[in-house]
Design a protein around this ligand. Structure first.
Ligand code: PMV
Length: 336
């Protein structure tokens, strides 16, 4: 059957433990969440690549653009950044398929851009999923995740690959140096708090790198400690402790991980305020998720999700009560 149109979707993610240290080969734990980016790919007769984006969420606004012109301008920089992930994703798939064709890609996203929820990885993964299927390339979700990592390396320069991997695979994963395994699925009573501003993953990763190169003897033990936090968290997650034991232990590890991220210099006043507001409202633990410098934090708050959400709002953040998504990349529709 020759395919004319494909709709694919890929989820956002949160890093539960181990952001930044994962770039240095330490392990990390991440989960897909139930916010998605949808990408429709179809052939066109112009022989060119066209990109249309609808509802790309940047802080507080929705941007629409087509190719290079932004129709409803909010933050050109961020919208343009999304374009570069989509472009590289299409180029890479065409290279893999050894084929050039006129393709129109339309994007709709529920994931805020630049919030540390993996919007770039989700758009790259959904684009690779849709375009590869359109061109008749059979790729497993794992292979799509690997191509997503290559897209991140091309656009960002440095990336551990955790974001595209979890977006492609879905569920709950332990990740280290390009390899992942699934952790047992469990519902986590979390609240994500969005600061409303975004940090640049590329700049934050570069800032940590500079510190590491200038003071390796100081920074390396912090990264090492983060790796140990992750391994301890993994032990607790796979243990047969019940939730009443697991959650308080995980909460304590989150607080330690947050302190270590703060020591690396990636927290902000706003992130700290949301973290403390959540803990004061009864969360067992709270930490940055993603690169920091703005973006999001998350709190573990069994039986206290609505109190913590209110506290985050009062502290000036936007709360999101999300669920873990078992599914990663999904082909929604294939039209002949
Ligand atoms: O893009 P974010 O904000 O989810 O951060 C990615 C996580 C980092 O560890 C900071 C970078 C990486 O490539 O793993």
């Amino acid at each position: 059957m020759s395919v004319k149109k494909v709709l694919a979707s890929a989820p956002a993610k949160i890093i539960l433990f181990g952001e930044h240290s994962v770039v240095y080969g330490k392990p990390a734990i991440a989960a897909a969440i139930d916010l998605r980016t949808y990408v429709r790919a179809e052939f066109n007769d112009s022989g060119r690549i066209k990109i249309e984006a609808h509802d790309i969420r940047t802080p507080g606004l929705i941007v629409s653009f087509s190719e290079d012109s932004i129709y409803f301008e909010s933050d050109y920089g961020k919208a343009a950044e999304v374009l570069s992930y989509v472009r590289e994703a299409i180029n890479l798939v065409m290279e893999e398929a050894d084929r050039n064709a006129g393709v129109t890609v339309s994007i709709t996203s529920q994931i805020p851009v630049g919030a540390g929820l993996g919007s770039s990885a989700a758009v790259a993964v959904a684009t690779i999923g849709a375009v590869s299927r359109l061109l008749g390339l059979e790729l497993s979700n794992e292979e799509v995740g690997k191509l997503g990592h290559r897209v991140e390396l091309l656009v960002q320069g440095a990336s551990s690959g955790i974001d595209p991997t979890v977006s492609a695979i879905g569920g709950f994963i332990h990740y280290q140096k390009g390899k992942f395994d699934h952790l047992p699925f469990m519902e986590l009573p979390i609240v994500v708090g969005y600061t409303g501003s975004s940090g640049s993953t590329k700049e934050l990763v570069a800032m940590v790198r500079r510190n590491y190169e200038e003071m390796p003897d100081v920074i390396e033990p912090i990264l090492e400690s983060m790796g140990r936090v992750v391994e301890k968290a993994r032990e607790i997650i796979v243990s047969d402790y019940d939730r009443g034991v697991k959650f308080p232990l995980l909460g304590r590890l989150m607080n330690i991980n947050h302190g270590l991220l703060d020591a690396l210099g990636v927290s902000t006043k706003k992130l700290s305020e949301l973290v403390y507001a959540a803990k004061t409202a009864g969360a067992l633990g709270a930490k940055i998720t993603g690169a920091g410098g703005g973006g999001c934090m998350y709190a573990l708050a069994p039986e206290k999700q609505s109190e913590v959400a209110t506290a985050i709002t009062i502290a000036g953040g936007t709360p999101m009560i999300t669920r873990i998504s078992r599914e990663g990349l999904r082909i929604e529709e294939v039209l002949p």
